[in-house]
Design a protein around this ligand. Structure first.
Ligand code: ADP
Length: 197
């Protein structure tokens, strides 16, 4: 199995921009958000378990997961959130592990907004934090998602504080300037990761 880099950062910090750069260098990138959606697709065992645990209201007429109804339900009900995570987290973890094993590039990246919060960092050999000031995060995320800054601030407040992520991450790049500046910092780290792999 190759060297695994965990890549994380708050909303709008530039995780996707950084991941895209690594992909352009031929590095396989596994996105935990994508995996989280895949494990609850029609026909997946986790969807069946959610159906059994929560009832018919959680399934749309076409058999897919009613994400909105489930989101509202767990928002009001912490024990339901826990119950849901008991189903989804092991499925997500297993799928991530399979994809990490199957990767063919010199090293492989697991990108996850919740790398430290969900213990996914324990699957990795080293971690990289993409860091941007809160003002930058708010500006970029609200432009990208068309949400107002209050909504973005709420999401930031619910995420692990940047200071804590900084303590936990092995490497850190600051993405407050131009994309070229981000890419320069990533190029230096890429050489280091190639040597470690
Ligand atoms: P994340 O995946 O961490 O939420 P993104 O990579 O999607 O963040 O970046 C948020 C938005 O800001 C995107 O629209 C992205 O293209 C843009 N962006 C990221 N880094 C920069 C940068 N250094 N300069 C300008 N725009 C950037």
């Amino acid at each position: 199995m190759s060297f695994i880099l965990g890549l994380t950062g708050g909303i709008g910090s530039g995780k996707s921009a950084a991941s895209q750069w690594f992909e352009n260098q031929g590095i396989d990138v596994i996105d935990a958000d994508v995996v989280a959606r895949e494990v609850v697709e029609i026909g997946q065992p986790a969807l069946q378990k959610i159906h059994e645990s929560f009832g018919n209201w959680v399934i749309n007429p076409d058999g897919s997961l009613n994400r909105r109804a489930l989101r509202e339900h767990i928002f009001q009900n912490p024990s339901a959130r826990h119950q849901l995570e008991q189903i989804t987290h092991p499925a997500i973890r297993q799928s991530i592990m399979q994809q990490l094993h199957a990767a063919k590039s010199p090293y492989v990246i697991l990108v996850s907004p919740l790398l430290f919060e969900t213990d996914q960092h324990k699957l990795t050999n080293r971690t990289l934090l993409i860091d941007a000031s809160e003002a930058t995060q708010i500006e970029r995320a609200s432009q990208r998602d068309g949400q107002n800054s209050e909504q973005i601030k709420k999401i930031i407040a619910a995420q692990m504080p940047r200071e804590r992520k900084r303590e936990m991450a092995d490497d850190r790049v600051i993405n407050d300037g131009h994309l070229d500046h981000l890419y320069q910092q990533l190029a230096v780290l890429h050489q280091d990761y190639l040597e470690r792999s």
